[in-house]
Design a protein around this ligand. Structure first.
Ligand SMILES: [Zn+2]
Length: 401
């Protein structure tokens, strides 16, 4: 079932399909920088009993030669991602970002707020409402604050989606974008962010240029530890009062980020293509670890979309991982895409008691602290949490367990 899937080495120099057009500048020339072969859609979890073979689709990242945008080459899948349970880490990040925006004076009493959501959850509306009295939903009218938390990446037509957000800003309005930049992805080698439904992989560099093309100026920039390093960038109209009084420390943070990204090569196909090395390393290490588990019971945790390509590229079957536990009610009775036959089922946390795992393979490393707190019985029974990526890491027990 997984034959044909998986990494195929380096792809620098090969171009995208003839029909390809850049999602930002509409250019027709680009370089394939990451090719994961044929993969099941990461957002379509088949029923555990589904007899039909999972459809596979090419999964490739292309870097535009003209504007440098890293993007999904094509996507013939149709997203029907069941909404996951919002991780505490994402809620905490939203609160921290709202606190920073409030301190900067970007959201004031009675502000009109427009939010663009993401299938990953992480709405900023509740934190904004809790932090600032009298805020209202702009509802299509001019907004004092336009928020987009990990939303733009889910827009197939990046240019139109961007222009829509810019149009929503009032004259003195602020656009706050939360992104998981390509530079973080390159530094951490997290190749499995590439998936159907994630159309663009913005860098700080790319985002600042998009803003400049719309006559917007960066007025705020903050970094957060989520996913190895996410950014919130705030932009105002270049003609606005806000843009005329940008604190020097904001300008220097942006300057430094642009320099770092330039040194890293976020627009250099050869540099971005190094992500491919991580595919081989992660899948080989995970395969070796699973094979070394022998008769011990391995259960997965976190049926997130990011787990799907790691699962499929490693060729994980029910012989390796008995089931994947996920707290989302919407995923009960479903199975991991591309997991062969019988499918690897997705079950609720109550199944831990029956499965009695020796190892719980955690597919979303950011969840470690909260799952340890939520399921103390795992370590109390002598079982261990194992981070699945970039390479399996058995988490030492807390002292006393
Ligand atoms: Zn382009």
């Amino acid at each position: 079932m997984n034959s044909g899937a998986g990494p195929r080495g380096s792809f620098v120099g090969s171009g995208p399909s003839p029909a390809w057009r850049c999602r930002w500048c509409r250019g027709a020339e680009g370089s394939v920088v990451l090719d994961l072969g044929a993969q099941p859609p990461a957002d379509r979890f088949p029923a555990a009993t589904d007899p039909v073979e999972d459809a596979l689709f090419p999964l490739r990242m292309v870097l535009c030669d003209r504007c440098g945008l890293a993007q999904l080459e094509e996507d013939e899948t149709r997203a029907d991602e069941p909404r996951g349970v919002e991780p505490e880490a994402l809620v905490a990040q939203a609160r921290a970002a709202v606190a920073d925006l409030t301190r900067a004076g970007f959201v004031e009493r009675g502000a009109r707020v427009e939010e663009h959501g993401s299938p990953h959850g992480g709405s900023w509306w509740a934190p904004v409402r809790d932090a600032v009295p009298g805020v209202v939903v702009a509802g299509g009218g001019p907004a004092d604050l336009v928020v987009d938390s990990l939303g733009l990446m889910h827009e197939p037509d990046l240019r139109s989606a961007w222009l829509r957000r810019v149009r929503e800003m009032s004259a003195e309005g602020v656009l706050a974008l939360h992104l998981h930049p390509l530079s973080t992805i390159m530094r951490d080698g997290t190749w499995n962010v590439l998936r159907h439904g994630h159309y663009s992989y913005l860098s700080v560099t790319m985002t600042v240029e998009m803003a400049r093309s719309s006559e917007l100026t960066p007025v705020g920039a903050w970094r957060y530890p989520l996913y190895g390093g996410t950014w919130v960038l705030a932009f105002a109209r270049s003609a606005s009062v806000r843009a005329a009084s940008v604190p020097p420390e904001v300008s220097s943070v942006i300057e430094r980020a642009l320099e770092d990204e330039s040194a890293l090569g976020v627009r250099d196909p050869a540099a971005v293509a190094l992500l491919g090395r991580g595919v081989t390393a992660s899948t080989a290490a995970l395969r070796a670890w699973l094979d070394g588990c022998g008769d011990s019971v391995v259960v997965g945790y976190g049926a997130a979309s990011r787990a799907v390509s790691l699962f499929a590229a490693t060729g994980i079957t029910v012989r390796d991982v008995r089931a994947v536990v996920d707290s989302s009610e919407a995923k009960r009775g479903l199975s991991m895409p591309g997991s062969g036959r019988p499918r690897v089922p997705i079950v609720g946390p109550e199944a831990f008691a029956e499965l009695r795992p020796d190892h719980v393979l955690l597919f979303v490393p950011d969840l470690l602290d909260e799952v340890r707190r939520a399921y103390p019985q795992i370590e109390a029974a002598g079982a261990r949490w194992v981070l699945a990526e970039p390479e399996p890491f058995v988490v030492p027990p807390l002292s006393g367990t």
